[in-house]
Design a protein around this ligand. Structure first.
Ligand code: NAP
Ligand code: ZN
Ligand code: ZN
Length: 353
C-alpha cells in the first residue's frame, strides 16, 4: 500500500508531499485512516535534524487519531470503523521487565522501543513513518481506544503525546490534593500539564516567559501564574514546590527553578533541547535534598488510563487546526513560542496538498 504523506527529505529542506509505503495489516495489525495529527515540538526537532540519529525521508507525527479500516485475523481489541489513537510508539520487545510493567517506552529489548517515526522497525533497519500521512498500520497493542465525542476528536489528538508525556510524571511523582505543582513553559505539553494537574486536584503554578499568556494560563486551570523573567515573582515562590514539570524546549538556567523546590522536591525535565542546559549547581540539590529527574512519554496502559480520564472529565487540548500544506508556517510559529496551544493537522487536507 502507498499513501500520500509529508516528509522532510533532509534536515535543511522543508516538509513536502511524497508517497510512502505501508504494510498490509498482518495478523496482529490494525490499519488506520488518519483523520487528525497533532504537531509536537519533537516533530520540528526531528525534521530539522536537531537531534542526532535522524534518518530521511522523515515523516513526523505521533499524535494520531483515525478510523480503523482493516484488522488482522488475531486482532481482538479493535474493529473496523472504531475511532482509535496512535502515540509515540509502534513497537517494543513485549517481554523485558519494562514491557512487563507496561512501560514499553523504557524497553530493554535488543532494539528498544520503536518510535512511530524515525523508528528502527524490528531491527531490520527499515525507517518508520509517522502520522503526517493518509494512513498507518500498527500492531494492535500500540493502538489506543478513543472515547471522546466525535466533535472532540481533533482536540483529543494531542493527548497521544502532550497528554501522556505530562500525565506520566504527574502520576509517578504523586500529583493530587495538597501538592503544589509547577509547570514551566506554556506550549503544547505545558498547557496539558496545567489542565491535568488541576484536574488531579493539585495547586498549580504556571511559569511562562510570555506575559501575554498569563490570563490564558489561568483559564487553563493554573491557580497562580509567574512570569519567569521577573526575579521578584520568582523569589516569592522560593522553597515551596513538591514538583515542577519543566517542558521548555531550549537550554536555560535550571537553578532558578531548582531553588523553588521544597526539601525533597523534584523537578522533572521533559523538554529535549538541541544543546544541553548549563550544569545545575549541586549545592542547590544537596542542601535541600532536591532531585532533578527526567521522564519519557508514557506506557500504553497509562496512555489508555489518561485517555479515559480525559474523556470522563471533558479534557481536550486547546488547538488551532491547520491544513497539511501550512505545516512550515506552524513550525515557524512554534519556534517563536506562538502556539495556542497545539496545532492539529486536518488530514482531509492532505489529498488537496
Ligand atoms: P512547544 O509547544 O513549542 O512549547 C514549549 C514552550 O517552552 C514554549 O511555548 C515556551 O513557553 C517555552 N519556551 C520556548 N523557548 C523558550 C526559551 N528559550 N526559554 C524559556 N522558555 C521557552 O513545545 P512542546 O511540543 O510542548 O514540546 C516541549 C519539549 O518537550 C520539546 O523539546 C519536545 O521535543 C519535548 N518532548 C519531550 C517528550 C518526552 O517524552 N520527554 C515528549 C514530547 C515532547 P512560554 O511562552 O510559556 O515561556
Ligand atoms: Zn511529541
Ligand atoms: Zn521490552
Amino acid at each position: 500500500m502507498h499513501y500520500k504523506a509529508y516528509a522532510a527529505q533532509s534536515s535543511t529542506t522543508p516538509l513536502a508531499p511524497t508517497q510512502i509505503p505501508r504494510r498490509q495489516a498482518g495478523k496482529r495489525d490494525v490499519s488506520i485512516e488518519i483523520l487528525y495529527c497533532g504537531v509536537c515540538h519533537s516533530d520540528l526537532h526531528a525534521a530539522r535534524g536537531e537531534w542526532p540519529g535522524m534518518r530521511y525521508p522523515l515523516v513526523p507525527g505521533h499524535e494520531i487519531i483515525g478510523r480503523v479500516t482493516a484488522t488482522g485475523a488475531a486482532v481482538s481489541e479493535h474493529s473496523v470503523g472504531d475511532i482509535v489513537g496512535v502515540g509515540c510508539m509502534v513497537g517494543s520487545c513485549r517481554h523485558c521487565d519494562s514491557c512487563d510493567e507496561g512501560l514499553e517506552q523504557y524497553c530493554e529489548g535488543p532494539h528498544g522501543w520503536q518510535q512511530t517515526y524515525n523508528g528502527w522497525l524490528d531491527g531490520h533497519g527499515e525507517n518508520t513513518y509517522g502520522g503526517y500521512a493518509e494512513g498507518i498500520t500498527v500492531d494492535e497493542h500500540f493502538v489506543l481506544k478513543i472515547n471522546h465525542a466525535e466533535s472532540d476528536l481533533a482536540a483529543a489528538a494531542p493527548l497521544l503525546c502532550a497528554g501522556v508525556t505530562t500525565w506520566s510524571p504527574l502520576r509517578h511523582w504523586g500529583t493530587g490534593p495538597g501538592k503544589k505543582v509547577g509547570v514551566v513553559g506554556i506550549g503544547g505539553l505545558g498547557h496539558m500539564a496545567i489542565k491535568l494537574a488541576h484536574a488531579m486536584g493539585a495547586h498549580v503554578v504556571a511559569f511562562t516567559t510570555s506575559p501575554a499568556k498569563v490570563q490564558d494560563a489561568r483559564d487553563l486551570g493554573a491557580d497562580e501564574v509567574v512570569v519567569s523573567r521577573s526575579e521578584e515573582q520568582m523569589a516569592a515562590q522560593a522553597k515551596s514546590f513538591d514538583l515542577i514539570l519543566n517542558t521548555v524546549a531550549a537550554p536555560h538556567n535550571l537553578d532558578a527553578f531548582m531553588s523553588l523546590l521544597k526539601r525533597d522536591g523534584t523537578m522533572v525535565m521533559v523538554g529535549v533541547p538541541d544543546s544541553p542546559h548549563p550544569t545545575p549547581n549541586v549545592a542547590n540539590l544537596i542542601f535541600q535534598r532536591r532531585q532533578l529527574a527526567g521522564s519519557l512519554i508514557g506506557g500504553i496502559q497509562e496512555t489508555q488510563e489518561m485517555l479515559d480520564f480525559c474523556a470522563e472529565h471533558g479534557i481536550t487540548s486547546d488547538i488551532e487546526m491547520i491544513d497539511m500544506k501550512d505545516i512550515e508556517v506552524a513550525f515557524k510559529r512554534m519556534q517563536q513560542s506562538d502556539v495556542k496551544y497545539r496545532f492539529v493537522i486536518d488530514m482531509k487536507s492532505i489529498s488537496a496538498a
